[in-house]
Design a protein around this ligand. Structure first.
Ligand code: SAH
Ligand code: AVI
Length: 325
């Protein structure tokens, strides 16, 4: 008999109340310090997740295509080398590229665990995957990978995929903590598959974050819509403009929102009135670009041993496979 579609299990480590408190805290801290900054996880409400998906199809945004090329070339090797029965995906979003892994692992794979801070996106993706893969148990986890990776489901041979170079959206200290948390919960048979965008020509890097269609600008401004909706704030989106530039000393792209005029913004839900001077910039994201030696050193510092390093033909992007040292 053909396997039947399994009901999706959704485990919530971050309910609406916790999410709201966490946003309030980040807004209070990030908007009352100089320079102003917000963590990038707040882009991804439903609209933000869709805008990100549109970004992945833009001609200038090469990372998704390059990572897909590597996954297409290596999925078979991963299936036979790791033989996972559980695939965990951190920051899974719509799990678009992950379909390649799910297809390649179909023989051994019993369970798929998408993990994301964005509950609506996670639910949609999980339902679709459960329908596409009858017999596969989809156990979705709503959580923040900076706090909740210790709560990932255990047991079996697990492959933990962290794709898209989302790891580069964390600061070096945050990355070190996340990798150490992951390593601390891994069994000897578990493996980590880590996607990292690589350092390259500055023109191409900056173009990838300044697309001509303006989708990245919309994505960047989306964080202000989230603050307006969730914190009753009164950011005028037309009074801010998108900026994305390479910061050579940090080897990362920084996205910022530049105040076009001097202004005051009210955020009643956190009891704040924030003054912006004309030209003042609010940092909304950093997107680190890596070199092989950096990735291997960061893995090693977390107690992980690199087992494979795969790039696309143009060496734009890399996937690393690592296990517990
Ligand atoms: N993995 C997909 C999506 C990348 S977009 C890809 O490679 O195309 C980044 C994803 O990470 C979004 O879905 C966002 O909601 C999620 N995310 C960002 N910060 C997070 C955090 N702190 N904890 C959990 N998920 C997070
Ligand atoms: C999800 N993350 C890896 C993307 C990146 O490239 O840093 C988010 C993004 N920001 C602007 N464009 C895409």
């Amino acid at each position: 008999m053909a396997p039947s579609v399994q009901p999706v299990l959704v485990e919530v480590h971050l309910d609406e109340g916790e999410l709201a408190r966490s946003l309030q805290e980040d807004a209070r801290r990030g908007l009352s310090t100089t320079p102003k900054a917000l963590p990038p996880k707040w882009f991804y409400d439903e609209r933000g997740s869709r805008l990100f998906e549109r970004i992945t199809h833009l001609p200038e945004y090469y990372p998704t295509r390059r990572e897909r090329e590597i996954l297409e070339a290596r999925a078979g090797e991963l299936a036979s080398g790791v033989r996972p029965d559980t695939l965990i995906e951190l920051g899974s979003g719509f799990s678009s590229k992950t379909r390649l892994l799910l297809d390649a692992f179909a023989g051994d794979l019993r369970r798929f665990v998408p993990f994301d801070v964005s509950e609506p996106t996670l639910r949609q993706a999980s339902e679709a995957i459960a329908r596409e893969h009858p017999g596969l148990r989809v156990h979705a986890v709503v959580g923040d990978f900076q706090h909740h990776v210790g709560l990932l489901p255990r047991g079996g041979r697990r492959l933990i995929a962290f794709l898209g170079s989302t790891v580069g959206n964390l600061t070096p200290d945050e990355r070190a903590k996340l990798l150490a948390d992951l390593a601390g919960g891994m069994e000897p048979d578990d493996a980590l598959l880590l996607g990292t965008d690589l350092v390259k020509d500055v023109g191409r890097l900056e173009a990838a974050y300044n697309d001509r269609a303006g989708v990245t600008a919309e994505f960047n401004l989306n964080v202000l819509r989230v603050l307006n909706r969730e914190l009753d704030a009164d950011f005028g989106l037309e009074r801010f403009s998108h900026r994305a530039l390479w910061v050579p000393e940090r080897e990362w792209i920084e996205m910022r929102l530049r105040a076009e005029v001097s202004q005051e913004v009210r955020l009643p839900a956190v009891g704040l009135t924030v003054a912006f001077e004309e030209g003042e910039e609010l940092r909304t994201e950093m997107s680190a670009k890596f070199r092989r030696e950096d990735v291997e050193a960061e893995l090693a510092a977390a107690g992980l041993e690199p087992r494979a390093w795969w790039t696309d033909r143009a060496s734009d992007f890399a996937l690393s496979l690592a296990g517990r040292a």
